[in-house]
Each structure stands twice: as structure tokens, then as C-alpha cells.
Ligand binder design. Structure first.
Ligand SMILES: NC(=O)c1ccc[n+]([C@@H]2O[C@H](COP(=O)([O-])OP(=O)(O)OC[C@H]3O[C@@H](n4cnc5c(N)ncnc54)[C@H](O)[C@@H]3O)[C@@H](O)[C@H]2O)c1
Length: 437
């Protein structure tokens, strides 16, 4: 992640590339006429990264930061002051001090990157206070929270966005454009997974569970579904022409975290002796109203390379991510029954957002530049007071996979009905547009 302290923001502003980004972000030419005023809650690893990405854009002010740890809030104050010249107020008086932040009258949006259980309460409070609300993933941990978000957004008229950055991966957006242009025909199936060895994030160095570890100790299901499901939902027009109708989910036994704790802390340590609810590999199958299926994997507790999979299949062909993958399109690919490389398609079907922002994104945004493209899209909507690019129905449906999968695992993999958070509106809502910067 780019550190703004090592890269002068003013120097950045002078570049032609920045002018182009600005023109897109404010929609009114190179000189910004309005600023997005953002309050940020939770400035740990991810919150600080998002703050740094957001400060790459010139038309951003951060008047308030909040964290239960004063040193983290202090670090965020420093970062903002160095970048903008104005020191934000810090809110550090306990785990509900964000309530004072959301009540400020000088914020357009509140963004949270706290542990999961705070996301929905903070967003609900922000929307009720008339602010745009944004959160790190997932937006909610229970179905009740999903409905709370939907009802609050509908009642207040305030948009809310789960900042699902994988939707902005270059590959994901290229595929979205290819789907729209009909290259895959009618979509049938997709497969993706959050498969990332995160065992080290479950334990503190001095032998305790982190907040992530507490979730893994207590719950068995897909605890992190939004990264893989976000792009799939956009390809498949979920809540915009199609919707998830059923989910069934099964987990393997739980062995990985116990084994890891025994190696790290010794076999007699309480963390090596205790049980963990979370099965090591969870597999969920979702069905849609238009006869499609999705296979989702969740695997954070085993030794393995990172792999999102990204399989997308339709009546005209298949894309398969990863080293052994590629693309096969009937009547177009040169060799029958064989993948061809996807790289030329990345060029030919480049998404206009990436065409416009590629250079700055690769330089200034984490996750292959996608964080920058996402932040651009978010700030543009806040500044123009337009709807956010991912909405409350996306946030609810993508996050709901966690509690639904937990229910299904508890019922030996029985299929569970998927709530329709749009309450019928999915049939007439337009698909995600292919838009530029
Ligand atoms: N999109 C991505 O690529 C990505 C990557 C990493 C993390 N995340 C998500 O970001 C979020 C944060 O993860 P992280 O790795 O930064 O965790 P972290 O533990 O490093 O940071 C969380 C911060 O929130 C603070 N906090 C806790 N409770 C609070 C409260 N009530 N009020 C204010 N601050 C509070 C903590 O002190 C800490 O500084 C999670 O939802 C995680 O899933 C997303």
C-alpha cells in the first residue's frame, strides 16, 4: 500500500493523470468545486489503508477519525494532517464513541472498517443522521442486521455501500463487460472462493484469539462470502433481473486452527486444547430464480496458496481463473476443448473505469489497484449526491450468506430459502451499468 508520507500529495496533484482522475471524480473538469467530507471509524490495518487510498484524491476532507485505540486514531490524525494540512478530531472514548462522530454536521459520509459486529450498527446510525454510509466487508453478520440496513436505507433515503473491492478487480470488471456483450451467452454457473491462509490472523502473538479468531471459534459456515460473491452477483444480475433463492452449505471437520495453535504455542496451550466451531473448508451451493447455480468456497484455516477461482460459465463458453485456467468460447477459441490465454481479452474488453484509471490505480491502490478504482467510484457518488455503485440490497444479499450458511450447516446441509431483500423489485431493477470514470 502506498504511504502518502513517502509520496507528496501536491506532487501527485500536478500530474496530468491526477487531473484526469479529478475530472472523472467531480464530473466538472479539473478544478474541484466540492469536497467529500468523510468520517472514518476503525483505523486498524484496513481502515488505515482505505484512508491512505482516499487521501490520494484531492477533493477529500477527513474531519473526524475514531478508534477505541488512541494510538491508532493518533496515527490516522497524523496521516490526514500530512496529506491535507488539517488535523481531524479523534474519537477514542470507548466502543460507542462513533455515535458522537456520526452526529457531526460537517460530514457527508461515514465509513467503517471496524471488526464485523460494528458495521451494521454504525451504518444504521450514519444513515439515520443523514449521512452516506459505507462499510468494509461484510456489511452485517445476522439476517436481522441485513434487514435493518435495508429498512433504514429505504426509510431515510440514504444510500449505503459495502465497499466490495473484488468487484473492482480488473479481471472481474473485464468479465462483467464480456457478459454484457454476450460473449458467454446465457449464464449458467459460477464458482469462486475466499481461499486464503489467514491462520496467523486468528491468534495474537501472546496466545489469545483475535476478533477474527473469536468468530472462527464460535461459528461454522461461510464467514467471509462477499469477496467471491460480489463479482458473481454483478455478472448474474442478482437483485437486478435474477435473485438468490436457496442455499445449502456443508463444512469439513475443524482441524486446522487447533493444529496451528499447537505448533505456534505448544500442544498444552489452551488454544491448542480447545475446540473451534469453524470447519476448515466450507462449501455452499446457491440457486437463482433464473436457473443458475453458484459454488462458493470458504477456506481460511488451511495451508494453501491464495485462490479466488473465478470460474464463469455460460451457454457459449467458460472462463477459468488461476494459473491453469484461461477462456474457451465456442466458435471463437482456436482449439476445440482447450483453454486459450485470457490476457488478450483483458485488453480487448477492458472496462472503461480501468482504461481511465489504470495508471493511478496501479501506483496508488492496494489489491492490484482495485482499492483505488473502488474509492474513485465511491467518492464520485458522494460528491455528486448520486446513488452508490453497490447498494443496500447488494450489501444485504452478499452478507446474508454467512448466517444462512451457518443455519444450513447446522441442518446437515439442508437447502434454506434465501430472503428477497428487494421484496420483488429485483424483477425490474436495471443491471449494474458499464460506466466510465
Ligand atoms: N476489503 C478487503 O480487502 C479487506 C482487507 C482486510 C480487512 N478487511 C475488513 O476490514 C475490517 C477491519 O479489518 P482489519 O484487518 O483492519 O482489522 P484490525 O483489527 O486491524 O482493525 C480494526 C480496528 O477497529 C478498531 N475498533 C474495534 N472496535 C471499535 C469500535 N467499537 N469503535 C471504533 N474502532 C473500533 C480496532 O481498535 C482496530 O484498530 C474487517 O471488516 C475486515 O473484514 C477488508
Amino acid at each position: 500500500m502506498e504511504n502518502p508520507n513517502t509520496h507528496s500529495r501536491r506532487a501527485f496533484l500536478k500530474t496530468a493523470a491526477a487531473s484526469a482522475a479529478l475530472a472523472g471524480a467531480v464530473g466538472r473538469g479539473a478544478e474541484p468545486s466540492r469536497t467529500a467530507r468523510i468520517g472514518i471509524v476503525g483505523v486498524g490495518g484496513r481502515g488505515t489503508g482505505l484512508l491512505q487510498t482516499m487521501l490520494q484524491f484531492p477533493n477529500v476532507a477527513v474531519p473526524a477519525v475514531c478508534d477505541i485505540l488512541a494510538d491508532r486514531a493518533g496515527r490516522a490524525q497524523e496521516i490526514v494532517e500530512q496529506a491535507t494540512g488539517a488535523r481531524p478530531q479523534a474519537y477514542t472514548q470507548g466502543e460507542r464513541d462513533w455515535q458522537r462522530l456520526v452526529e457531526r454536521d460537517d460530514l457527508d459520509a461515514v465509513l467503517t472498517a471496524t471488526p464485523w459486529q460494528w458495521h451494521a450498527p454504525i451504518m444504521v446510525a450514519a444513515m439515520k443522521a443523514g449521512k452516506y454510509a459505507a462499510t468494509e466487508v461484510p456489511a452485517a453478520v445476522t439476517l436481522e442486521e441485513c434487514w435493518d440496513l435495508v429498512r433504514t436505507s429505504e426509510q431515510t433515503g440514504m444510500p449505503c455501500m459495502m465497499l466490495e473491492n473484488v468487484c473492482y478487480f480488473q479481471e472481474a470488471l473485464t468479465l462483467l463487460r464480456m457478459v454484457r456483450e454476450g460473449l458467454f451467452g446465457d449464464l449458467l454457473h459460477a464458482e469462486a472462493g475466499y481461499q486464503h491462509d489467514c491462520r496467523s490472523l486468528m491468534f495474537t502473538g501472546d496466545g489469545k484469539l483475535t476478533w477474527r479468531g473469536e468468530h472462527s471459534a464460535a461459528k461454522n459456515g461461510n464467514l467471509y462470502p462477499t469477496h467471491p460473491i460480489g463479482p458473481i452477483a454483478q455478472w448474474m444480475d442478482i437483485n437486478r433481473g435474477d435473485r438468490f433463492t436457496r442455499i445449502s452449505s456443508s463444512s469439513t471437520k475443524a482441524a486446522g486452527l487447533k493444529q496451528y495453535a499447537a505448533r505456534k504455542f505448544g500442544p498444552d496451550h489452551p488454544l491448542a486444547q480447545r475446540d473451534y466451531a469453524l470447519g476448515d473448508v466450507n462449501t455452499s451451493i446457491l440457486q437463482t430464480a433464473r436457473g443458475r447455480t453458484v459454488t462458493l468456497y470458504f477456506d481460511m484455516s488451511t495451508p494453501r496458496p491464495y485462490d479466488l477461482i473465478f470460474r464463469l460459465q455460460g451457454t457459449e463458453g467458460i472462463h477459468m481463473g488461476g494459473d491453469k485456467g484461461g477462456i474457451y468460447l465456442e466458435g471463437k477459441s482456436p482449439t476445440p476443448h482447450a483453454y486459450e490465454p485470457f490476457a488478450p481479452y483483458m485488453q480487448k474488453y477492458a472496462h472503461p473505469l480501468w482504461t481511465a484509471l489504470q495508471e493511478q490505480a496501479k501506483q496508488h491502490g492496494g489489491h492490484g489497484g482495485s482499492d483505488y478504482v473502488l474509492m474513485h467510484d465511491f467518492l464520485k457518488a458522494v460528491i455528486n449526491r448520486t446513488p452508490l455503485p453497490q447498494d443496500v440490497y447488494d450489501a444485504a444479499a452478499w452478507s446474508a450468506i454467512t448466517p444462512l450458511s451457518i443455519d444450513s450447516v447446522a441442518q446437515n446441509g439442508s437447502a434454506i430459502d434465501f430472503p428477497d431483500f428487494t421484496q420483488g423489485k429485483w424483477q425490474s431493477r436495471p443491471p449494474v451499468p458499464i460506466h466510465g470514470a
